[in-house]
Design a protein around this ligand. Structure first.
Ligand code: RIB
Length: 295
């Protein structure tokens, strides 16, 4: 197995709106659609479509949404033997504007019932993988336990710190690749990320806490990476954006695939940039990715 993914599974209720609704306002949506989502599931589906062998550890609800979400993962080639059922499936209410910007309200549901105990029961899965890939839509103590197990086995750990929250040093020191966007980087470090100098300072702070490499995604400005040996920028690709939902997830899923294959850091980031650029040209967070993307 290549990737063990500990993370969230949601159903996305997507509303196209002329602009993001204001406080106290009632706004008509232009259209409504339902998609499979959840940062964990989006990353798993991307990685699987790109050829990785992905094993998902998570939870859906004991409801119809849960059934559909599991079937979707299976259809996309993700192993779901470690996806349990409890409570209600997570949901995301997503507004998407004409220029593809979004705003998301989350109902965590079953994602918040993924416990450290469930992770301990799946420790073998983590120990058999090359990479552990996680996000922060499940409880932090669960993330911490999974990372502990992975680092005991010397695995590559990729943490996408989204949605953002403060992270303890005991967790950061075991992260091989941390992949915040610029807002998350600012929230994690307390350093404004408006200039390259500030971004470098924020990354340095995280390296001092033991993170192996920081990869910062900055939307149209591309991405910046930094570790003790190298740093650099990878340019964003210019595309016609339809929906930015899941772009970060596609980036993380593809980055994990590149690193799993043993590609260099820079070429893994270039590959991830290409995959994320494709995803924003499609509606929904889990579009079908054409084989041509591998060329
Ligand atoms: O990153 C996008 C995802 O965030 C959506 O699919 C939604 O479910 C939320 O988890």
């Amino acid at each position: 197995m290549d990737i063990a993914l500990v993370g969230s599974i949601n159903i996305d209720l997507v509303y196209r709106v002329p602009y993001i609704v204001n406080n106290g306002e009632t706004l008509h949506s232009v259209s409504h659609s339902v998609h499979f989502g959840g940062k964990g599931a989006n990353q798993a589906v991307t990685a699987s479509q790109l050829g990785a062998d992905v094993h998902f550890i998570g939870k859906v609800g004991e409801d119809e949404f849960g059934e559909h979400a599991i079937k979707n993962l299976q259809d996309k080639g993700v192993s779901v033997d470690s996806v349990r059922k409890e409570g209600a499936t997570g949901q995301a209410i997503i507004q998407v504007t004409d220029v593809g910007d979004n705003a998301i309200v989350l109902f965590s549901g079953a994602n918040f019932l993924v416990t450290p105990k469930q992770i301990e029961q799946e420790a073998t899965i983590i120990s058999l993988s090359k990479v552990l890939l996680l996000q922060l839509e499940i409880p932090l103590d669960t993330v911490e336990r999974a990372v502990e197990i992975a680092s005991q086995h010397g695995k590559i750990v990729i943490l996408n710190p989204a949605p953002s929250q403060k992270l303890p040093n005991s967790l950061l020191k075991n992260i091989t690749f941390l992949t915040p966007n610029e807002t998350e980087l600012a929230q994690l470090t307390g350093i404004e990320t408006t200039t390259e100098e500030n971004i470098r300072s924020a990354c340095s702070l995280l390296l001092d806490k033991g993170v192996g490499t920081v990869v910062v995604t900055l939307g149209s400005k591309g991405s910046f990476y930094m570790n003790r040996k190298e740093s650099g920028w990878v340019q964003a690709l210019s595309v016609d954006t339809i929906d930015t939902t899941g772009a970060g997830d596609a980036f993380n899923g593809a980055l994990a695939v590149g690193l799993c294959r043993g590609d260099s850091l820079r070429s893994s980031i270039e590959f991830a940039t290409k995959v994320a650029a494709y995803v924003v040209t499609q509606m929904g967070a889990q579009p079908l990715i054409p084989d041509s993307i591998m060329e």
